[in-house]
Design a protein around this ligand. Sequence first.
Ligand SMILES: Cc1cc2nc3c(=O)[nH]c(=O)nc-3n(C[C@H](O)[C@H](O)[C@H](O)COP(=O)(O)OP(=O)(O)OC[C@H]3O[C@@H](n4cnc5c(N)ncnc54)[C@H](O)[C@@H]3O)c2cc1C
Length: 361
Amino acid sequence: MIAIIGAGPVGCYAASLLADNFEVKVFEEHSSVGLPIQCTGIVTQEIFRFVPKKNNFVINKASDVRIFSPNNKYIKLKLKKPDLIIDRKKFDNYFYNQAKKKGVNFVFNHKFISTRGCDVLIKNLKSKKIKKFKFSHLIGADGPLSSVAKNTGLYNKRKFFIGLQAIIKRKNNNIIDFYPVKQGFAWAVPEDKNTLRIGVASKTNPKEYFNKLLKKYKGKIIVKQAGLIPVFNPWTTFSKENIFLVGDAAGFVKATTAGGLIPGLRSAEILAHSLNHNLSYEAGIYLHLFPNLWLNLKMRRVMDSFTEKDWNQLIRELNNKESKKVLQSVNRDKLFQLLLSIAANNPRMMKYGLRHVRSLF
Ligand SMILES: Cc1cc2nc3c(=O)[nH]c(=O)nc-3n(C[C@H](O)[C@H](O)[C@H](O)COP(=O)(O)OP(=O)(O)OC[C@H]3O[C@@H](n4cnc5c(N)ncnc54)[C@H](O)[C@@H]3O)c2cc1C
């Protein structure tokens, strides 16, 4: 039996892909899938590699993006392919239903405690009893603080962005706002024309900037959310023997935008392909996932080295028809890569910290 810990989107997706060839059981500590929500739910159209275009979870699309500099100036871009804003509960349930259809067995209110040889010890949170289950493979899909990783020596040294988010009622023009922030970034993402998801993710305390955002986007707060986002670590170990980590549990998140959904789902696919065809998961990850995560990490390092003055200059320099035309030709994921590459090729921008950009290209 393959034991998967965590019924998030990545665990459910891995389960559905493995169910044709293995008996799969998913243990989830919550009583249902998709809650609590700790996510902005913005994805590029690359998500359609994993889900059908016709679905019930894409609730908005937005093409207009504003990138602000600290002096409150911005460049406004119209992306060729709009970003998608999803309902995370429905999104997670889509993957859950796919897995259910394939005959995967879900065990809710059951928390992974530890491994003992080829058994997992799982606590029934209602009866408080601990049961043993024999596994052939163990998959940790249990999020950033992965107990599977901790228990099996795969946790390594982890760093996190701390994410704070509020859903507010506020009329808006369906524009995505992006702000570079010390060691992170902030955002305002339109859920619909009367609702915004605003938040900050930073490796240092994001509270001060979060309060600033709340002041800027005055609106009735519907709900506040908080969560950790792992910073990708290329030196991390994410498997040993018959134990594998996927998604946030492995730290597979883009360091530029903290987007973890697409790389997480991709890691589930790579793992399923490896187990279904008896191939190496590590090799698959190094080949198909690491190059992009690595590039995002390098970009994050460059972005973190920028001073406020650098950002002000960068946004000022790029605010022209020609640069905007180039920037608009790609999706949001590639946007930062392109932004930095234009900066690297502009000698006037090589003053200040922007010279670090050269190291990327
Ligand atoms: C504020 C914030 C905003 C974000 N915005 C975006 C965004 O806009 N776009 C994007 O792509 N990504 C975003 N992310 C990241 C995204 O939410 C994650 O990458 C994604 O949820 C990872 O999915 P997962 O299935 O790996 O883990 P999770 O969704 O964390 O699922 C893990 C599951 O494991 C369960 N679990 C944990 N421990 C145990 C245990 N011991 N026993 C049993 N079950 C357990 C949990 O209950 C949970 O159901 C954001 C994250 C945060 C915090």
